[in-house]
Structures are given as structure tokens and as C-alpha cells.
Write a protein that binds this ligand. Structure first.
Ligand SMILES: [Mg+2]
Length: 427
């Protein structure tokens, strides 16, 4: 891949290539330059739009462009995305809205408009596909790209193709994105976060170990709060500590996670950029022997189905933005209703939480012979230990709530019992 006369720097504004001793672009004077000795040898990238929802809102409303903007508050009253001005005040994603507004009272709060973000995300995705067929979406606004072997097609190395790509996102979508370029997915994702917003960072083979060494263990993909706490108990907080440990030692202490920690702490990630997206949705449904019209009978069945979908989604490392409820009446007429989350989920209680109000709305008048629930708009999603334990807590809570409802329910108690037991076996 190396060129005859390698130039290890280029300008992200005018795309001029130059030797790597320049501080500014010798052609246009821009300080936005990228320099790296392995620039021509790396082809795996992670592109992540900057404060995506907030950026789309600012694009569409110039009056809020220079103000702190928080998008969120729809389903759970939390911050979905904060713009970079709001972040300076300490506002973060997933923070309760009341706390965010305490930190930044002058913030403009915008309700999420998922249809608008999906449309913008689709244009971003289409631009990516014009540079390589190997695009693996991670979420609505980020993806992995493998640009290996695209030099001939584009007449330039992957690094410069990527700079062209993000320029097109800026021009055609009106938002900015950050790029990480490296030798594998884990490192590319890590790099894209280094200089956000409008960043372009490179992790080469030679500097992998030293860059990782000074990062906290939480920088490792899939290491959530629970694993961090477990590692901290053993006095391990930084990746360099993992780098000096033997694989057998790590596996003895942390089981399968130990093997993962061993390889990722050394920047070894063998997963390839994969475009296989055959699964469009994950769903579960159940047909009743007798039609049911009572919401109190349908609710626990929906809960069982939500758990089933959650288990399958977790097993295949997928999560969905949209939760769909499906009902069929005795004439086999189908009815579907959907709700979209601001972030993809595969957690049982969240699938249930989205589908349950839809079910409530439809029941009462009609009776049904089939009930189903599913998630779609799928993306790949690694579930952290923390999320797993949070979901387990919420699952336990929802179970308890449903059990209470059952006891409180004066109507057809035995029918509920029978219905539940029967469905549980049928699942
Ligand atoms: Mg993003």
C-alpha cells in the first residue's frame, strides 16, 4: 500500500498532501492537518457524527445555533443529546433533565424528532456507501468502514478518502462528524473520540500499545462500571496494568472477560467490519386458543414476549430503535403499532415499557387471537455488565409490579392464573 514517495501529512480543508514536518498546510495555511507515519497503511475507520440530534436541530433552526441545546425528555425525562455548548456546563447524555437544567438553566430543550434524525442519518449512510461497500452501522449516526483496496477506485489513500467523506457530510447534511482511523474496529472507535468535535485521529500499529497504556480500563470496549469496579478491587484501573499481565493470570481472575481484557488491552481485535444485516427485526408472538379482550390478561403475556425478544436480541448482540406491537383479531386482521426510542434498546423492561401503552390503547373494545412484540431498526450493540445488571433489576421490579396487579385484580383472578401458566409453558 505504501506509495513510492510517501507524504505523511495532509490538509483536511484543501486535501493537499505534504511531508510530515509541517505545522500548517503549506498550500492553504489551515491548521487542520493530519500527520502520521502510518497514514498510508491504515484502512479501518469509525465515523461518528458530533452531538448528532442537537446538530440537526441547530442546522434547522439558526436561532438556537449559538445557544446551549439539549435534545431529550420524550419517554423517560432524560437528556438524549447535549450540544457542545451545553456539555461545557457539565450536561451529559442520559442525565435526568431536571439535573441538566440545574447545571445549565439557559439551555434550550428540544423534543426529539426521530423521523428527522433518521432522514439525516440515511444521507450520512448513503455518502459512506459511495466510498466503500463495507459499511457497518453502529447506530443512527455512526458506523465502521473498511476502506481496504479502495485506493484505485478513489485515486487516493483511505485517510484522504475519509477527509473527503466528512467534508461531504458537512456540505450535504449540514452537520459535522469525527473520524478515527486505525488497524481494527476497537482502535478506530477509540480514536474517533480523541478530538471531538470535527476530529480526525489516527492510531498506528507502532503507537497502539503506548496510546492504550495511558487510558483507563473503561476505554476498553464492553468494560462498564461493574467490570471497572471488579478490576479496581484488584487494584487495576489503567490499561498499562493489564498489558503487563499474563493471559492465564487474567483468565484465572476474570474468566472469559480475562481473555477479552488481555487482547483488547494490547489493541488486538479480530472482528472484521461486517455488513451482514440479514436480520431486520427480532420478534416473538403467541396465538391464543380463545380470543382475549381483557387488557389485564394480555399485559402479562406481553411481558413474557418482551423478555423473550430481549433474550434473543442480547444473544445476537443486537438492539433496536423501534418497538412494534402486533395484534390479530378473530378474522385474522392484523394491527401494528410502533414507538421509537431515542437510543437502541434490547432491554426487556424498555421493550415492555414502549409496547404496553400501545396495547392499553387498543384493548377494551375488541378481542384478539394473537399478540406479538418486536424490535426493528437494528444495530449491533455490545451490552455492558452494568446494563445487564440494571435490566435484571428492572425485570425483577416489573415482575413484582405485575404480580401485585394480578393480586389486586378482582376480575377473573383464576382466569389470569390459568392464562399465565398456560402461556408460560407455551412460550
Ligand atoms: Mg455521535
Amino acid at each position: 500500500m505504501a506509495t513510492e514517495n510517501p507524504t505523511h501529512g495532509f490538509c483536511r480543508d484543501c486535501l493537499t498532501q505534504f511531508a510530515d514536518n509541517a505545522k500548517r498546510c503549506p498550500s492553504c495555511g489551515s491548521p487542520r492537518i493530519v500527520k502520521h507515519p502510518e497514514l498510508h497503511n491504515l484502512a479501518i475507520a469509525h465515523i461518528d457524527c458530533d452531538a448528532f440530534y442537537a446538530a440537526v436541530e441547530k442546522r434547522d433552526n439558526p436561532a438556537i445555533r449559538d445557544k446551549p441545546v439539549i435534545v431529550g425528555g420524550q419517554i423517560r425525562g432524560v437528556v438524549s443529546t447535549a450540544c457542545y455548548i451545553a456539555r461545557i456546563h457539565g450536561v451529559k447524555s442520559a442525565m435526568p433533565m431536571f439535573k441538566a437544567l440545574k447545571l445549565c438553566p439557559e439551555a434550550v430543550v428540544v423534543k426529539p424528532d426521530m423521523a428527522k434524525y433518521a432522514a439525516a442519518g440515511k444521507i450520512v449512510r448513503d455518502i459512506m456507501f459511495q466510498f466503500t461497500p463495507l459499511v457497518q452501522p453502529v447506530s443512527i449516526d455512526e458506523a465502521f468502514l473498511d476502506l481496504s483496496g479502495t485506493e484505485k477506485l478513489h485515486g487516493t489513500c483511505p485517510a484522504i478518502s475519509l477527509a473527503k467523506l466528512v467534508k461531504r457530510i458537512e456540505n450535504e447534511v449540514g452537520i459535522t462528524a469525527s473520524v478515527g482511523l486505525s488497524q481494527n474496529r476497537f482502535l478506530a472507535k477509540l480514536a474517533s473520540d480523541f478530538e471531538k468535535p470535527r476530529g480526525f485521529s489516527v492510531i498506528g500499529k507502532a503507537d497502539t500499545l503506548s496510546i492504550l497504556a495511558e487510558k483507563p480500563v473503561g476505554a476498553i470496549w464492553g468494560v462498564g462500571k461493574a467490570t471497572q469496579a471488579q478490576l479496581a478491587k484488584g487494584g487495576i484501573t489503567m490499561i498499562n496494568q493489564l498489558q503487563s499481565m499474563e493471559k492465564s493470570d487474567l483468565m484465572r481472575k476474570f474468566g472469559n472477560m480475562g481473555s477479552r481484557l488481555y487482547h483488547l488491552s494490547r489493541g488486538e481485535d479480530i472482528r472484521e467490519v461486517s455488513t451482514e444485516r440479514e436480520t431486520k427485526s427480532i420478534s416473538a408472538e403467541t396465538t391464543f386458543d380463545e380470543d382475549i379482550s381483557d387488557y389485564k390478561l394480555l399485559e402479562p403475556i406481553l411481558w413474557n414476549l418482551a423478555q423473550k425478544v430481549s433474550r434473543r436480541a442480547k444473544a445476537s448482540h443486537m438492539a433496536g430503535y423501534t418497538v412494534t406491537l402486533k395484534l390479530k383479531n378473530r378474522d385474522f386482521q392484523s394491527l401494528t403499532r410502533a414507538a421509537s426510542y431515542e437510543d437502541a434498546t434490547n432491554l426487556a423492561h424498555r421493550i415492555f415499557e414502549a409496547a404496553n401503552p400501545l396495547l392499553k390503547k387498543e384493548t377494551g373494545k375488541k378481542s384478539f387471537r394473537l399478540l406479538g412484540v418486536g424490535i426493528s431498526h437494528l444495530v449491533e450493540r455490545e451490552i455492558s455488565e452494568e446494563e445487564k445488571s440494571l435490566d435484571a433489576n428492572d425485570v425483577a421490579r416489573t415482575k413484582a409490579e405485575l404480580a401485585m396487579d394480578k393480586i389486586r385484580n378482582k376480575f377473573g383472578n383464576t382466569a389470569v392464573e390459568r392464562g399465565l401458566a398456560f402461556k408460560a409453558r407455551n412460550d
